[in-house]
Ligand binder design. Structure first.
Ligand SMILES: C[S@@+](CC[C@H](N)C(=O)[O-])C[C@H]1O[C@@H](n2cnc3c(N)ncnc32)[C@H](O)[C@@H]1O
Length: 217
């Protein structure tokens, strides 16, 4: 069931470089139908990061920016029915699609809300951020939020773009308001204990992506 409360505070409207809530909703509402097949050859490392999280039976896991729910079935299988999975997405159309994907899994819940503006009312053993962190303008507040909902010893797993893609690959990234740079990963390195910190090249270096798993002390 989708809890529909989309009060979005994605970024400061004062900074035109950051995606506004309206931009994000417009972009992904338009793309929901084509999202899964267009991203398959682009969003690398998504299966791997779920394995990297090292989930155990009974774990509670949060998928921030779950999109159409690509990772949810895998997370649900890994934690089993004694565990719990919450998918969170601020774009209603994406959350609705994700909820449909996992409707037969009783231990999976999808919430349509912004990470920065919602009270989940529970804590998690692991948090996944798969290609959502580079879209969040207020990323520092978002990561603080994630650490708040992680139990001591809990893990955060991030897979995302790194570095500026080479021309002519830049345009699609800019159109999706993806923000590059090392600030987010550096923040993670100083606020969590790195268990995995790896960069890989896509298409012979057309762009790079990273996988990071950190543990909360
Ligand atoms: C590129 S998609 C990735 C979806 C999915 N995790 C995947 O790997 O296919 C990023 C998703 O993050 C969501 N998102 C961005 N900022 C968010 C926020 N502050 N709170 C919740 N969801 C957010 C977007 O709506 C979008 O569906």
């Amino acid at each position: 069931m989708v809890a529909a409360a989309i009060a979005i505070t994605l970024s400061s409207a004062a900074d035109p470089m950051l995606p506004s809530a309206t931009d994000m909703t417009r972009l992904y509402t338009r793309q929901v139908e084509v999202y899964d097949w267009t991203r398959a050859a682009m969003l690398f490392g998504r299966r791997q990061i779920v394995r990297d999280l090292g989930l155990r039976e009974g774990d509670r896991v949060l998928d921030v920016g779950c999109g159409t729910g690509h990772a949810l079935p895998r997370l649900a299988r890994d934690v089993g029915e004694t565990g719990r999975v919450v998918g969170l997405d601020c774009v209603d159309a994406m959350a609705t699609r994700a909820a449909r994907r996992v409707r037969s899994w009783p231990h999976v819940r999808v919430v349509a809300a912004d990470l920065l503006d919602t009270e989940l009312g529970e804590r998690f053993d692991a948090v996944l951020m798969s290609y959502s962190l580079t879209l969040i303008g207020a990323w520092e507040a978002a990561l603080e939020r994630v650490l708040d909902v992680l139990v001591p010893g809990g893990r955060i797993g991030v897979v995302d773009f790194e570095g500026t893609p080479r021309w002519p690959f830049r345009r699609p990234f800019e159109a999706h308001a993806i923000q590059f740079g090392n600030a987010r990963r550096d923040w993670l390195r100083t606020h969590t204990r790195p268990l995995l910190d790896e960069t890989q090249r896509a298409y012979l270096g057309a762009w790079r992506f990273f996988r990071y798993v950190g543990q909360q002390d």
